[in-house]
Design a protein around this ligand. Structure first.
Ligand code: HEC
Ligand code: HEC
Length: 267
């Protein structure tokens, strides 16, 4: 009896741990930022899963074949490390295993149904661009403190964290919104914790802006290459002009010099 109670409690803990730490990127029954975790406890050993959750990058760096393969499949998106205790991992893996065992048909169908596309207006993009560079309503730091994004309306950002120019293409709007709603990275979680949490509206607007930045960055990057090319051509022409002026003057001087010399000889 006592044993049953303990295992029920730990499965509940597992669900809570999963909800708190994993749902920003993982969904049961669908691919989000990370893979669908349905059936993962059958696919990998308990030991592998414990190691991976504690340090997926550690495993990638040590050359574990499966870890490298899934990391590459997900465009080298990095899963954060979770230094859980053995007991927490047991609860978490117990929870993941329990999901695998109950393929509730209705629930799976609902989970795999495609998310309704997020709709962004030009005003959302504009507001998001503003928010990205200002303190959030909850008093959190501006995103530019830590992140850079290529956008003509945004000041150069910090290099503490990843460049977000192409995050939209990498993880999609659902992925961005998931991360902003419950930041899984320690530095970001600390900045947007409790009262500083982003509001749903802020999440929507920032997502709108980042999706916009991704789809416009190519145009801008091409544009800035073109500008650089023009500057390059202009510079080349300026150099040619200077060279030709100097050359002409020299030529003129030398012609005069020749004439002078000739005249001197005739005298
Ligand atoms: C920031 C996003 C993010 C968070 C948060 C996250 N993951 Fe992941 N996860 C990923 C990505 C991306 C991959 C793909 C492989 C990689 O990144 O190395 C992955 C892969 C995995 C895999 C390997 C799946 C397979 O098919 O081999 C497991 C298991 C896993 N995650 C479990 C978890 C658990 C449990 C949590 C919560 C404690 C969690 N993840 C939190 C992004 C995340
Ligand atoms: C205190 C520093 C800090 C602040 C402020 C911050 N972030 Fe982050 N952010 C991080 C770190 C660290 C990561 C983890 C990835 C990395 O190491 O760059 C991250 C990751 C992300 C990711 C996932 C990137 C990816 O490629 O998977 C997104 C999206 C993101 N941040 C958006 C934002 C937005 C929007 C804001 C403003 C509301 C913000 N961040 C503010 C530090 C910060």
């Amino acid at each position: 009896m006592a044993l049953v109670l303990v295992s029920v409690a730990s499965a509940q803990d597992g669900a809570a741990i999963f909800k708190q730490n994993c749902t920003a990127c993982h969904k049961i029954g669908a691919r989000l930022v990370g893979p669908d975790l349905t059936g993962v406890t059958g696919k990998q050993s308990d030991e592998w899963l414990r190691k991976f959750i504690r340090s997926s990058q550690g495993m990638v760096k040590s050359g574990d074949k499966d870890a490298v393969a899934i990391w590459e499949e997900f465009n080298k998106t990095t899963m954060p490390d979770f230094p859980f205790s053995d007991a927490d991992l047991t609860a978490l893996l117990g929870y993941l295993g329990s999901i695998n065992k109950q393929p509730a048909a209705g629930a799976t169908a609902a989970a795999t149904a495609p998310e309704p596309p997020m709709v962004f207006t030009a005003a959302d993009v504009e507001q998001g661009r503003f928010l990205f560079q200002h303190r959030t309503s909850g008093g959190g730091p501006s995103c530019v403190t830590c992140h850079h994004v290529n956008d003509p309306g945004v000041i150069p950002g910090g290099l503490l964290a990843k460049d977000l120019t192409h995050v939209g293409g990498r993880i999609g709007d659902q992925g961005i919104a998931g991360i902003l709603g419950a930041p899984p990275f320690p530095a970001m979680a600390a900045a947007f914790n409790g009262r500083a949490a982003l509001t749903d509206k802020e999440v929507h607007q920032l997502t709108a802006f980042l999706m916009h930045a991704d789809s416009n960055a190519d145009v801008q990057e091409a544009g800035s290459k073109r500008t650089m090319l023009l500057w390059g051509l202009g510079g080349l022409m300026a150099i040619l002009l200077v060279v030709s002026l100097v050359w002409n003057r020299r030529l003129r001087r030398s012609v005069k010099h020749d004439i002078n010399a000739r005249q001197l000889r005739t005298i």
